[in-house]
Design a protein around this ligand. Structure first.
Ligand SMILES: [Zn+2]
Length: 1055
């Protein structure tokens, strides 16, 4: 799955930042105090003797109580429900013990043991239980056991539900699904029959699987697979809290024999963005048309058909879709035949899929049109879109063909299907989804209008298509065993975006944007509320929550670091080996590292297939041989502990002292966490630009240089996932270098220095004055990434000031920022010329200048807007300047209304996003409120746009109280539509609150979210935003006066 790209209306970091900070700047946290102090207090106590007792105490109690409960439960089961039990086997008896199971250890294994014991020795068990009962009756039942009894699962019909865990039992395995689904786009309902061939590895008469919001009318069991034997009815129990059903057979299934379960059911097309859901679009003529599409990842396949909805239950699927003749159906596999089953009803039969997980199944019923091309190896690639937009499909089609060919070559594994469809869905929550053979996209992530689409939209589309196609191997062919290792899918797909596009579309220079992903991840990973890359999750909301920056961006960054360390060829042979070994299987973290551990580069030549290339491969490939390679130990330090290291460098003559500690935001007196990483350090010096390498495994170490140097720069190209601090005059030397000849180091290195300097301000290692002094070199900067990074650091500062009553300094600071970039702004042409990076830089700078009311820009933009309005929107504006022009035009009510009228008729996603963004920056509160209401309702502005609109208004200095109020008032509906734990919810929470910088707002935020209880208070994004606001307050208290004084410094007059 792809998150909504940051490239949208506000294509790149700076764009949104200019208005209030989307992209990287968006999550710029500025600290925490109170909350962390509380946590640390607890932490401290738990380290002491008393704390230890407290921690171990409950565990011991749990074990004892666990057995008591087990016995009590068994007795209750035997004595009170004998009539019921007679229908079941022992497996069934032993399951309704929720608390016992949960406390008796790691569910599956241990409960299986209990089950087999009761089967093999029923008499022994019986007598043991009887004597135990007597004993138990003499003592009071533990109070928590009584409590647990009241919470043991009860099916919808109040009968006991025979399973008490979120995860399904392992002893029934699906082998093949036959799905027949009839979508009725008139009644907005669907019905179907699901036949699942299963096998049992234990005798059991209970089959537990997933089903959510489906009305099951009939279930039956057939011995054998697909044979026409008689059906035996199955009793159905439903347990909505776990989204499960249990099918009860009259007698136990025989181990090893094939069985087929047959389930008839019906449901409503979902009004949300997941499951089998309704989408609509308006034709040029104004007619509203309906289609139905699927989004199953992570846990919504169960909303379309009953299934074993966990990634490790891989099976093959034969899918048949019934539809009206005027529609067409597409699915994972090519169409085999269509038959008319009734008057006005056609059934499409699709080919049998390869073995795959349920979350990758997909089908769409629509009136889409398509365009197609073949790859060199004969795979048919098609792009589907609504008829009015099919002329925008060509760019994605070509990109998909090129990228699919690239991956077949890079992975040395042929794409296993004969076709790949890419479909643009008018209503889509995330950016895209990698369903095998039928990837689905938000329209703006796939459709490219040669005339109106922006440079950043081209970059975004290419990256998104590349991401979803990478998943066809990473994720689809080889899948994580459980969602805790989601990063194996997402970190890799994110990483491969850069590996592939840097080769297939070198003109986009994607490698320039990579480190920005790492900065993004570090923003949340620096907080106490972060989590390890590989992290335990169980329920659907927790699963949705890890589709976050840590799984995607940090995952990609640590893979890039490993690749830089091993060398591109060695890394590649490791992943090819991994993919080959685990094709059609599931993996854990360690399977990847084991595949990596035994690779060696075969020669000293560097192939041009990667972006983190080194100068001299032969030299670099030997460094780790000498050091001894332990990929698993090294990478475990990055995946199993949260956060990242701060590396402190102290140069004493030729000696370079290095020290690592956990970089974590929070109060200055926070105790050490004791985390230690294996850090592949790289550095260059004033005397040598060849990259030196050193693996730091200990807390401190010393490197000896051949000679003394003027400056030293660590983390070359920002390939490592760590922050560097230069002690003594280390920062002064680097600032001197930037101000003198900044091109002596790469633009990535410049951007990383800017980032690191401000990161160090946050934790009190560097003064704000020094960081601001360093930023002054930007006066001479022309490259996109250092400029964007500067904006990402500086804009959030005035956004914090906007939330306090400090107008004078705020105005001065804004003027300083424009002064800093004035020369670069003045140099911009108002055209679409140049490389992608130049075009993106232009678009953002002009936008910033216009919003900050830099008059030369505003006047020019006003002229363009006037002419565009006079031509009734038919004048073709250079797409790079459109955002700035619209932003200026939206400042007066008439211009705003005109823009809105054009929004409704536009067929270009880029143009719509640009207009939407401009509409959100008005200072007219009524209009802002109206936008919130309209996009929430979803008639004229689609609800999929709501998170962006809410966030943009949340960044608007006049609008943010409205956005915050709206979020609070509509929380329950928002959670229904976008789902608890989803990335969209986190995006909205952070977007409306994480730039607050006052104690009053902090209290409001805490109060509101804690009042939500289980409907949101536990979300990680809530912790993140609270920590961030606390950081903001601390940061402002500490630095605001210093900034005020610094702004009056005479040095600034030079600007
Ligand atoms: Zn993905």
């Amino acid at each position: 799955m792809s998150a909504r790209p940051h490239y949208r209306a506000s294509p790149c970091p700076a764009s949104a930042s200019a208005w209030g900070a989307p992209a990287p700047a968006e999550a710029r946290p500025r600290a925490l105090r109170f909350c962390v102090q509380l946590r640390l207090h607890f932490h401290f106590r738990s380290r002491g003797g008393q704390g230890r007792q407290q921690r171990h105490g409950p565990r011991a109690t749990a074990v004892t109580s666990c057995y008591q409960c087990l016995l009590i439960s068994l007795f209750r089961a035997f004595w009170k429900k004998v009539h019921y039990l007679l229908m079941m086997d022992f497996t069934f008896h032993s399951v309704p013990m929720k608390p016992a199971d949960l406390l008796c250890g790691e569910a599956r294994g241990s409960s299986s043991k209990m089950i087999s014991l009761s089967i093999k020795r029923p008499l022994v068990t019986m007598s043991f239980l009887l004597s135990s009962l007597l004993m138990l009756l003499t003592v009071a039942t533990p109070s928590w056991c009584q409590r647990s009894e009241t919470t043991s699962p009860k099916a919808s019909n109040r009968a006991p539900f025979p399973w008490n865990k979120m995860r399904l039992p392992e002893h029934i395995t699906p082998v093949h699904y036959d799905l027949v689904i009839h979508a009725n786009l008139t009644t907005l309902t669907f019905g179907g029959t699901t036949e699942i061939e299963i096998t049992a590895s234990k005798p059991t008469s209970t089959i537990v699987l997933h089903s959510h919001h489906l009305q099951i009318s009939k279930a039956a069991l057939r011995k054998g697979a697909g044979e026409r034997q008689s059906l035996e009815p199955l009793r159905v129990l439903e347990y909505p809290p776990q989204e499960q059903i249990a099918l009860l057979a009259p007698e136990p299934l025989v181990v090893g024999l094939p069985y087929t379960i047959v389930i008839d059911y019906a449901g409503n097309l979902s009004e949300s963005f997941h499951g089998f859901y309704k989408s609509t679009y308006r034709t040029k003529e104004g007619e509203v048309r309906i289609l139905a599409s699927t989004q199953f990842e992570p846990t919504a396949a169960r909303m379309a058909f009953p299934c074993f909805d966990e990634p490790a239950f891989k099976a093959s699927f034969s899918i048949k879709i019934r539809r009206e003749p005027r529609h067409l159906a597409i699915s994972n596999m090519p169409l085999v035949k269509s038959v008319t089953v009734a008057e006005g009803l056609v059934e499409d039969h699709f080919d049998v899929t390869v073995k795959m997980s349920t979350y990758l199944v997909a089908f769409i019923v629509s009136d889409f049109k398509s365009v197609s091309k073949m790859t060199k190896s004969g795979v048919k690639v098609s792009v589907y879109a609504v008829p009015d937009k099919i002329n925008q499909a060509d760019y994605a089609l070509d990109a998909a063909v090129t990228l699919l060919e690239f991956y077949e070559d890079y992975f040395s594994i042929p794409y296993p299907l004969s076709k790949q469809d890419l479909a643009a869905i008018p209503d889509f929550q995330s950016g895209a989804m990698e369903n095998w053979g039928l990837t689905t996209y938000r329209e703006s992530s796939l459709l490219f209008d040669a005339e109106k689409s922006s440079a950043s939209s081209k970059l975004g589309i290419t990256m998104t298509v590349s991401h979803e196609l990478a998943h066809q191997w990473f994720g689809n062919l080889v899948t994580m065993e459980w969602w805790n290792d989601l990063w194996l899918n997402e970190g890799f797909a994110k990483f491969m975006e850069f590996v592939s596009v840097s080769v297939t579309h070198p003109e986009l220079k994607v490698e320039d944007y990579f480190f920005d992903k790492c900065f993004n991840a570090m923003e949340v990973d620096a907080l106490n509320s972060s989590h390890p890359v590989s992290t335990p999750v169980e329920n659907p909301a927790q699963i949705r929550e890890i589709f976050d920056e840590v799984s995607y961006e940090k995952g990609a960054c640590i893979l890039n670091m490993l690749r830089d360390y091993l060398g591109a060829d060695a890394f590649k042979s490791g992943i090819v080996k991994y993919l080959q070994k685990y094709s059609y299987k599931n993996t854990k973290n360690e399977d990847l590292w084991n595949s990596m551990a035994s690779i060696c580069p075969t020669d000293g030549t560097q192939r041009m297939d990667g972006f983190c290339s080194r100068g001299e491969h032969s030299a670099s490939s030997s460094h780790w041989r000498q050091e001894g390679l332990d990929v698993k130990t090294m990478m475990n330090t990055w995946t199993l502990q949260k956060g990242f290291p701060l590396i402190t460098i102290t140069v004493r003559g030729r000696n370079v002292h290095v020290k690592q500690e956990h970089y974590v935001k929070g109060p200055d007196d926070a105790p050490e966490t004791g985390y230690l990483w294996h850090v592949p350090l790289t550095f260059i010096t004033s005397n040598s630009d060849s990259v030196q390498r050193f693996l730091l495994k200990t807390r401190t170490d010393v490197l000896i240089l051949p000679e003394e140097v003027e400056w030293i720069k660590f983390n070359v190209g920002m390939n490592g996932y760590y922050v560097v601090h230069y002690e003594d005059d280390g920062w002064d030397s680097l600032t001197g270098l930037l101000k003198g000849t900044h091109t002596a180091i790469s633009s990535s290195d410049r951007a990383s220095l800017i980032n690191n300097a401000f990161q160090l301000v946050s934790i009190g290692k560097l003064s704000i004055e020094k960081a601001l002094d360093l930023s002054l070199y930007l006066k001479h900067e022309t490259e996109i990434m250092p400029v964007f990074q500067g904006l990402n650091e500086l804009i959030p500062m005035y956004k914090l000031m906007e939330k306090r009553d400090v107008n004078e300094v705020e105005t001065q600071f804004k003027a300083f920022l424009i002064g800093l970039l004035r020369d670069l702004i003045d140099k911009q042409t108002w055209t679409d010329g140049g490389a992608i990076s130049e075009r993106m830089l232009r678009s953002q700078l002009l936008l910033l200048a216009c919003v900050r009311k830099y008059q030369p820009c505003v006047q020019k933009a006003e002229g363009y807007f006037r002419r565009w309005q006079e031509a009734n929107g038919n004048l073709s504006l250079p797409s790079d300047v459109t955002l700035a022009v619209f932003a200026v035009g939206a400042q007066n009510p008439e211009g705003w209304d005109f823009l809105y009228s054009k929004y409704q008729s536009s067929l270009s996603s880029t143009e719509k996003n640009q207009i939407e963004f401009a509409l959100c920056i008005t200072h007219n509160k009524e209009k802002l409120q109206w936008l919130l209401e309209q996009s929430f309702k979803g008639d004229t502005i689609k609800t999929q746009e709501f998170p962006d609109i809410l966030r943009a208004i949340g960044r608007n200095p006049v609008g943010y109280p409205l956005a915050w109020q709206f979020l609070r008032e509509n929380w329950n509906k928002l959670v229904q539509k976008f789902e608890l734990g989803s990335n969209s919810i986190a995006y909205m929470v952070m977007g409306t609150t994480n730039q607050f910088s006052t104690r009053a707002r902090l209290e409001e935020v805490k109060e509101f979210f804690s009042s939500l209880k289980e409907n949101g208070s536990q979300l990680r994004c809530v912790q993140q935003t609270i920590e961030t606001i606390e950081e903001n307050i601390r940061w402002m208290d500490k630095n605001f006066d210093k900034i005020r004084v610094w702004l009056q410094n005479e040095k600034l007059e030079l600007l």
